[in-house]
Design a protein around this ligand. Structure first.
Ligand code: SF4
Ligand code: SF4
Length: 172
């Protein structure tokens, strides 16, 4: 019997979540609380995106990628993406990759950057030393403050989904 690799296990869990999503999508579409929390998350995401643009933070990360530095989107970072977060992204119609684009990188990293629309909190509030050297402390603080709505609304949405999925997992 061949031993499964970490990649096999990740692919299996991805396939299982894709199939689960197909089953529960109609239920989610009818769930008013889920839709309200999702709308809150969208507002939070917009606010964070605006802060990244206004401060020039995106340019710093773009430059990092252009220089082919060893970026923070490394292999195994996909394990930070819970099935609930993946379901949120599927619901938002994120264009997820079919396979890993770069052998040393996170599964969800595509040629144009992260393919997820809602990302793990770790990815959102991680400021590497290179990044911190290029943005003044005021801008870093500003980004963190403007990310609060995204972080809180994502937490609430993921918890709501966990409760819904618990019922699905335990229905016979
Ligand atoms: S946070 Fe740092 S390592 Fe990650 S993409 Fe931005 S500059 Fe690069
Ligand atoms: S930002 Fe996206 S591509 Fe980068 S590590 Fe996080 S999930 Fe992966």
């Amino acid at each position: 019997m061949s031993v499964k690799t970490a990649e096999d296990l990740f692919q299996e869990s991805l396939t299982a979540t894709l199939s689960l999503f197909k089953r529960i999508k109609p239920k989610l579409e009818r769930n008013e609380d889920f839709k309200a929390l999702l709308a809150e998350l969208m507002k939070g995401l917009e606010e964070s995106e605006r802060a990244y643009r206004e401060t020039g933070a995106y340019l710093v990360c773009r430059e990092c990628a252009r220089l082919s530095r060893h970026t923070c989107c490394g292999h195994d970072m996909e394990l930070e993406v819970s099935r609930e977060l993946l379901i949120v992204n599927l619901f938002l119609k994120a264009n997820l990759p079919q396979k890993r684009s770069f052998p040393e990188a996170c599964f969800f990293l595509g040629p144009q950057g992260c393919t997820l629309l809602a990302r793990p909190i770790l990815c959102r509030n991680f400021f590497c030393p290179w990044f911190k050297e290029r943005l003044p402390i005021e801008k870093l603080k500003y980004i963190q403050i403007r990310q609060e709505k995204e972080i809180i609304s994502l937490f609430k949405l993921i918890n709501h989904l966990k409760t819904l999925l618990f019922r699905v997992d335990h229905s016979y």
